[in-house]
Design a protein around this ligand. Structure first.
Ligand code: NAP
Ligand code: MG
Length: 470
């Protein structure tokens, strides 16, 4: 596949400072499809200098003009939709239909939303005898994961651009080709040189250099809680702003009287989408004990509609997981679930294909809240079904992990679902199958993170306030 042999810095593709490379592997067949340079501290430093130099000009650009550039960026993403989707399918393994609809569709919607919000946002407010100015934070260091390679980038870059910040991006090493296409789109959209910069590389080298660079004013990270803790510590030591979007172990609570068949089918789909590699995946299904066996049979039937297959085939709904490490990790969790006494009703730890990092769609019943598979983020196509006796027990199970990112409640009526959702310690709850909203703040309670992305709340993360008293 096409790849740039350089870093996008100061509006051009520049040779990397070092000679190390990252091989990009197609997880469906384990073949190397491209390679990109692995950035060093020197590359990050050059990118930060370019971002600093561009900052005063971009910060002073009228918000409407910045918003117009974001709209142009959205239009380039739309025009190059097929190419981007094919690239995501090749390096992530996501089924092509899902790549087009979600991996490109969601960031297009997010870019669109920030083009609108950025044009009308009140960057000034009056409070008594003061005028409060909402000013851009400065240079943003963005570190993103591979699970939604374009969405995770756009969810940081679009609001940062709208706020008047400049950016250095270190994308996941598994999905650098999507990041390079994004840099091309930024260029085509006429965003001035230095406003957005890309350094491909590994987390411990390039990522660490971004988090630690004194010229970075805000670090925005999405990924694992373990790395997030380190980045928070590094940023804290330098009194730097930090936003962390971390892991999840979200509960899908089905209350008595809910449409069980609909709730189970939607819940299974939510976990199988993207091969379970969504931070807000509803991996714990909580069902009242009277409905329990029926829910387990419905889930076993629903999961049969997700056989693994070639992600380039439009009929495929479940592709491989991203890499060999995740392949081992996810199957290790399945083995652990069996060892700890959960009842396997579909799938299992055996690889369903000789080649490619495929994991069989897996459902566990008789999962208890203390089991490893009910506590830790698996990040694969694995659903756990837990039983509860009453609403208080359902709530204590739902809230009984270190995480609090997503969630869902199904009930006979909206009011009962909302009453339950109010008691959940989590940043988002879908009510009776509520849809994704690009304007809704997204982020975690507890160890799922600090800060919010998307919509006006997401834009506010990239602003700092100055008050003038009269
Ligand atoms: P990760 O290591 O946290 O990776 C996220 C990003 O941080 C990547 O760009 C990564 O670079 C970078 N990074 C890694 N170590 C770093 C360091 N010391 N300093 C600065 N940046 C660093 O996540 P992962 O290894 O890809 O996945 C591991 C687990 O994290 C998954 O199984 C899943 O549980 C969780 N996860 C959560 C999300 C989410 O959206 N909440 C997304 C992805 C993964 P490299 O690409 O080079 O590692
Ligand atoms: Mg990693």
């Amino acid at each position: 596949m096409k790849a740039h042999d350089g870093m996008y810095i100061g509006g051009e593709w520049r040779p990397a400072a070092g000679r190390d490379r990252i091989e990009v592997v197609n997880p469906a067949d384990e073949q190397v499809i491209a390679s990109v340079p692995a950035g060093t501290e020197e590359d990050v430093d050059a990118a930060v200098r370019a971002a600093r130099a561009a900052f005063p000009g971009w910060a002073a650009t009228p918000p409407a003009e910045r918003a117009a550039r974001i709209a142009a960026l959205r239009d380039v993403l739309v025009a190059r939709k097929s190419e981007i989707a094919e690239t995501i399918t090749a390096e992530l393994g996501s089924p092509i239909g899902f790549s087009e609809r979600v991996h490109v569709g969601a960031p297009v919607a997010v870019a669109h939303s920030f083009a609108e919000i950025g044009a009308t946002y009140a960057f000034e407010e009056r409070l008594g005898n003061s005028t409060v100015l909402l000013e851009p934070v400065g240079v943003v260091g963005a570190i993103t994961p591979w699970n939604y390679p374009l969405h995770q980038i756009v969810a940081k870059v679009a609001p940062a651009l709208a706020a008047g910040c400049t950016i250095v991006l270190k994308p996941a090493e598994d999905t650098p080709l999507t990041a390079q296409l994004f840099a091309e789109a930024v260029h085509e959209a006429g965003i001035p040189a230095g406003v957005f910069n890309l350094v491909t590389g590994t987390g411990p080298v390039a990522g660490q250099a971004v988090a630690a660079h004194p010229g970075v004013d805000l670090v925005s990270f999405t990924g694992s809680t373990a790395v997030g803790k380190q980045i928070g510590a590094t940023a804290g030591a330098a009194v730097k702003r930090v936003a962390l979007e971390l892991g999840g172990k979200s509960a899908n609570v089905i209350l008595p009287g809910a449409d069980l068949a609909k709730a189970v089918a939607a819940g299974v789909g939510h976990v199988m989408n993207n091969a379970g590699q969504s931070c807000n995946a509803l991996t714990r299904m909580l069902v009242h004990r009277d409905d329990y066996e029926e829910a387990v049979s419905l889930a076993a039937a629903a999961v049969a509609k997700y056989p693994t297959g070639d992600p380039r085939d439009p009929a495929t709904r479940l592709g491989p997981v991203v890499n060999a490490k995740q392949h081992d990790r996810v199957r290790g969790y399945i083995a652990k679930g069996i060892a700890e006494g959960a009842r396997l009703v579909a799938g299992g730890a055996d690889a369903p294909a000789e080649r490619g990092y495929f994991v069989a769609p897996t459902v566990f019943a008789d999962v208890t809240p203390d089991m490893t598979i009910a506590q830790e983020e698996i990040f694969g196509p694995v659903l756990s079904i837990l039983a509860y006796a009453d609403e208080d027990e359902a709530l204590s199970i739902a809230n009984g992990t270190v995480y609090g990112l997503g969630g869902a409640v199904w009930a006979a009526d909206e009011a009962s679902a909302v009453a339950f959702a109010r008691r959940m310690d989590t940043g988002q709850v879908d009510i009776n199958g509520g849809r994704f909203n690009p304007l809704a703040p997204f982020g975690g309670y507890k160890q799922s993170g600090v800060g919010r992305e998307l919509g006006p709340h997401g834009l506010a993360e990239y602003l700092q306030t100055k008050s003038l008293q009269f």
